[in-house]
Write a protein that binds this ligand. Structure first.
Ligand SMILES: Cc1cc2nc3c(=O)[nH]c(=O)nc-3n(C[C@H](O)[C@H](O)[C@H](O)COP(=O)(O)OP(=O)(O)OC[C@H]3O[C@@H](n4cnc5c(N)ncnc54)[C@H](O)[C@@H]3O)c2cc1C
Length: 411
């Protein structure tokens, strides 16, 4: 069997890649090992950069909620640092919140007719010839392709088979995810609460639901019975008084919690001849800055644009496009990784030094319009603008910033 492109994995990265490459007119096989989408609490907030791409593809999810601000608050709810997305110079200057399966469904509905989407199909490994990847092995056949796209997630088998190095660093905490039904309505923003026990994150979801993430130690919830969980929830609310209005809903929805590990890495290469990595097969960041899914969409968009510029699927042309994809995305993802890690550290680092530095940096960023705008622009997916070492000193309040009230010079 032969296709122009094989995409392995139909999470957001694989669907986005199939959509982008199918739109170029390529015949794409999209193979997903699961028979159905799992209802998991991840990837619910879209940034303006990926929204613009999804709009272009006709793949923006219907019925999503607009969130105007990403705000870090103290445990009582007072804002410490607010990124106001309405200031961005784009058509849709907001975050969009929806369930991960709804975002996948919108991408699936937008797949061009050139994409052959098969569920329940495990990609068993890579096929190579002449020093490049030339296809994949399925259970009972080999599929040849001019390009293979690994979108098989953080534990990517294809990345490993291609010999691409990826040293994952796990954060010392997990995120407990709660979907609150029957909760009173909350502000239409993405609120990260800075508490003595670390991060609490909440935002509204369609249908009057609220998403709540709580940072927990690796064993914090292990072995708790119903009474233990109820007392843990009491502690959660008393340590974050701003969540008091949600207390009943938290208690009522404890049973549906999910516990998610968090880690970060950037693979040593995002492409080798014949093979591209997109999404979490190539990189992962802490979820608190809502970047992973958005970077996956940007990967797919960039990969398609490099291939389009190449103009053909001849091996040398594809490999040249892949090399350019690697360089372009690496630069972007390095900055996204740094921004996400710094944001995560400010709130989740529970060491004494970490807390003091984190709170100072939050206040310093919150009071500096130029740095706030720069961080927001990078996070929104509209283009990265690295902070300089001097900016870090401004953030920590060590050095006053005479430009703190202005927009950055590049804006
Ligand atoms: C708690 C949490 C909250 C998050 N919130 C956000 C957010 O608000 N915004 C944001 O942008 N990002 C967020 N993220 C990150 C985001 O969810 C991920 O970056 C994104 O879902 C990764 O998508 P992916 O397609 O690369 O990988 P995955 O979703 O892991 O998809 C990989 C797919 O490949 C399939 N597969 C694997 N191996 C094979 C094989 N051999 N053959 C066939 N199929 C295979 C798997 O079944 C799976 O469907 C969050 C993550 C977490 C954990």
């Amino acid at each position: 069997m032969r296709y122009d492109v094989v995409v392995c994995g139909a999470g957001v990265a694989g669907l986005a890649a199939a959509c982008a490459l199918g739109r170029l007119g390529h015949r794409v096989l999209l193979a997903e090992k699961q028979d159905a989408v799992k209802p998991v609490a991840k990837g619910e907030v879209l940034q303006p950069g990926s929204l613009a791409i999804l709009d272009e593809w006709g793949a923006a999810p219907d019925g999503a909620l607009k969130l105007g601000t990403l705000v870090a608050r103290d445990a009582g709810g007072a804002p410490q640092m607010a990124l106001e997305y309405g200031r961005l110079p784009v058509e849709r200057p907001w975050l969009l919140a929806h369930d991960y399966p709804a975002i996948l469904a919108a991408l699936t509905a937008a797949l061009p007719s050139t994409v052959d989407f098969r569920r329940g199909v495990l990609v068993g490994g890579l096929v190579r010839s002449g020093g490049r990847v030339t296809g994949v092995r399925l259970a009972d056949e080999v599929v040849d392709a001019a390009l293979v796209v690994a979108a098989d997630g953080i534990s990517s088998r294809l990345r490993r088979e291609a010999g691409i190095e990826a040293s994952r660093q796990d954060y010392p905490h997990r995120l407990a995810a709660f979907e609150l039904h029957g909760a009173p309505s909350v502000e239409a923003d993405f609120s990260a609460y800075v508490t003595e026990r670390g991060l609490r994150l909440r935002y509204p979801l369609p249908g009057g639901r609220v998403r709540l993430y709580a940072q927990v130690g690796a064993d914090e919830l292990r072995g708790l019975d119903a009474a233990g969980l109820a007392s843990w929830a009491d502690g959660l609310v008393s340590g974050t008084p701003a969540l008091a209005p949600l207390a009943d809903a938290i208690h009522a929805n404890l049973g549906g919690r999910q516990l998610l590990p968090v880690s970060r890495f950037l693979a040593g290469a995002l492409a080798v001849p014949g093979l591209a990595l997109v999404g979490e097969s190539g990189h992962a960041v802490h979820p608190m800055a809502a970047q992973g899914m958005n970077s996956a969409v940007a990967d797919a968009h960039a990969l398609a644009s490099m291939l389009r510029q190449g103009g053909s699927l001849a091996p040398a042309v594809v490999d040249h496009a892949l090399a350019r994809y690697d360089v372009a995305r690496r630069e972007n993802l390095t900055q996204i990784g740094r921004t996400s890690h710094n944001a995560a550290r400010m709130i989740t680092d529970l060491s004494w030094v970490g807390r003091v530095a984190g709170r100072r940096a939050l206040r310093g960023t919150g009071g500096n319009h130029r740095i706030r705008y720069t961080v927001m622009h990078t996070m929104s997916g509209l283009g990265v603008h690295p902070l300089t070492p001097v900016d870090r000193l401004h953030q920590l309040g060590v050095l006053p910033d005479p430009r703190a009230r202005r927009l950055p010079a590049w804006a």
